[in-house]
Design a protein around this ligand. Sequence first.
Ligand SMILES: Cc1cc2nc3c(=O)[nH]c(=O)nc-3n(C[C@H](O)[C@H](O)[C@H](O)COP(=O)(O)OP(=O)(O)OC[C@H]3O[C@@H](n4cnc5c(N)ncnc54)[C@H](O)[C@@H]3O)c2cc1C
Ligand SMILES: *[C@@H]1O[C@H](CO)[C@@H](O)[C@H](O)[C@H]1NC(C)=O
Ligand SMILES: *[C@@H]1O[C@H](CO)[C@@H](O)[C@H](O)[C@H]1NC(C)=O
Ligand SMILES: *[C@@H]1O[C@H](CO)[C@@H](O)[C@H](O)[C@H]1NC(C)=O
Ligand SMILES: *[C@@H]1O[C@H](CO)[C@@H](O)[C@H](O)[C@H]1NC(C)=O
Ligand SMILES: *[C@@H]1O[C@H](CO)[C@@H](O)[C@H](O)[C@H]1NC(C)=O
Length: 500
Amino acid sequence: MYFPLFYLTLSSVCLCRFTFASDPSVIIIGAGPAGIAAAAKLLENSITNIKILEAENRIGGRINSVEFSESGKFVDLGAEYCHGQTNNIVYELVKDLNILEPISQDFSPALYYSNGSRLDSAFTEELQAVILGYDSHDSNYNTTGAAIGDIFLKKYNATIVKKYQNDNEKSKILKEALRLAEQVSLMIDGAFSWIDTSAVKHYERSEGHQLLVWKGRGYKTILEVLTKQHPDPKEKLPIDDKIFLNTQVSKITWSSNNEVVVKTLDNTTHVADHVIFTPSVGVLKEQRDALFDPSLSSPKLKAIEAIGIGGVMKIIMHFDNEWWRDEDVIFAFLWSKEDLSNVAREFPFGPIKNEISWLSAVTVMAKVPGNPGVLIAWLTGDFVPEIEQTPVETLKDGCNYLLNKFLGKDYNITTPDGILKSTWRSNSHFRGTYSYERAGCDKDNIRYQEDLAEPLKVQGKPVVLFAGEATNPVHYSTVHGAIETGYREAQRIINLYKKH
Ligand SMILES: Cc1cc2nc3c(=O)[nH]c(=O)nc-3n(C[C@H](O)[C@H](O)[C@H](O)COP(=O)(O)OP(=O)(O)OC[C@H]3O[C@@H](n4cnc5c(N)ncnc54)[C@H](O)[C@@H]3O)c2cc1C
Ligand SMILES: *[C@@H]1O[C@H](CO)[C@@H](O)[C@H](O)[C@H]1NC(C)=O
Ligand SMILES: *[C@@H]1O[C@H](CO)[C@@H](O)[C@H](O)[C@H]1NC(C)=O
Ligand SMILES: *[C@@H]1O[C@H](CO)[C@@H](O)[C@H](O)[C@H]1NC(C)=O
Ligand SMILES: *[C@@H]1O[C@H](CO)[C@@H](O)[C@H](O)[C@H]1NC(C)=O
Ligand SMILES: *[C@@H]1O[C@H](CO)[C@@H](O)[C@H](O)[C@H]1NC(C)=O
């Protein structure tokens, strides 16, 4: 009892001295939205002795807007949409700048069957209502510990499957549509299986438009807003000379309360009073033992286990003329059992697993407001890591084959003249796309994101602080969630020095 109290007193004395004696030094690991937000907040509070170490050759992290096809127009390989308007820091920051717009209000998908027919819109809407409209908090089911997949199947069987039990054609399609239902859920959660995702989610939706886009400027615009480069470049915070690109951190030694030692791949060491760690939970899952000295212990380890990350993939295509119609927003692809088992023979290129082609992973293709001629394909499921390794020429041929097979009767499809692919899962600086809550974890009644966010302390002083989307208990998996955590950890440091 006595001993810890003694330390507490001692450390608060030290902190008071820091307050007046020194400008604290801070190393931020990662220049994604959480890291950039933390840096901006520190700079705005006159904490200027900072370094941002970034493993990639660019800033932005899982925001990666690249100029594509039309000069000056950016497409997003990572984050693309601002999800919601209220209680959303991204929306707050830009709402007066006239740079966000909602995609079409009505985005009921054009659902195509692999025999080349568009499914009738009444049936599509019914299907969409079950696929997107299932509510895990439905009082008919006790969802504690349950996976989305289990809950969905119960509801699916009890509703739409039952309704069409005497219609052979629809009953067959409903069986086949289960794959699509899982894929849609994987697109939202970024998991590899819906059996791994919790039916109970603590995510808090921001109300308002869920799909706001950046008018061809890309999501990178938010980084320009955070650093005050936009709207007035003259106001830009002095951040550029504090960012070190191609600088991968390999070891964080945090045993002393005087300084944290950060080593990078080229064996350079950097020291600071505090480190803010922002890489993804995918990086933590793979690197936690190598990265931290002393190593992390429970409950941090348990949190890294309990929070999931899988991967979705984007293939971005440009067509020199838009062969689709103005009213089309999104195309979805539903395979018949026969076509699914034949496709690997008809299109034998690219990865094939259990005799099924990678083309089966293409879930939807969406047009992109602000980027004329552009369609983005979203691929989901555990096939993604292999597809990421496939050359873009094969991906292009595959998408072309797929479009002609499903949509060729209704549209005169042309061949794309430009193509890009994402590789989030393969890239060791990310190891996935966005975090999700894993099935079963709600049973423990622990908010694992809070455990992940808990700083590492030495004698009461927080020396390593954790930010990043997966440390946000309510807005995880998003850019606005990531920015909130960067602000949160910067504020934690500011409070140490501004207060007694
Ligand atoms: C395909 C895709 C689509 C998405 N769509 C949306 C969307 O529409 N809307 C939305 O809100 N969100 C979306 N997201 C999620 C959003 O992009 C992330 O939640 C957000 O970018 C996370 O920010 P962060 O700062 O926490 O992490 P990151 O953006 O991952 O930043 C962490 C940084 O750390 C760096 N790093 C990793 N390891 C090291 C190391 N050892 N040393 C130094 N640096 C290191 C990484 O290179 C990275 O730059 C999407 C993500 C993806 C991938
Ligand atoms: C495709 O399948 C649907 C559903 O079974 C059917 O209604 C339609 O007629 C078929 N189209 C063709 C061209 O065979
Ligand atoms: C749900 O199930 C869990 C575990 O089976 C049980 O502990 C809990 O009390 C149940 N909750 C309700 C509301 O029935
Ligand atoms: C749903 O129905 C299918 C058969 O159509 C069956 O295999 C499955 O077990 C059912 N699932 C649930 C959860 O009822
Ligand atoms: C860094 O140090 C390790 C061991 O001390 C050595 O094996 C490695 O080659 C060094 N790397 C560089 C880039 O100097
Ligand atoms: C496709 O092109 C053919 C030949 O030019 C034309 O007859 C047909 O109407 C076009 N179809 C569509 C859907 O535009």
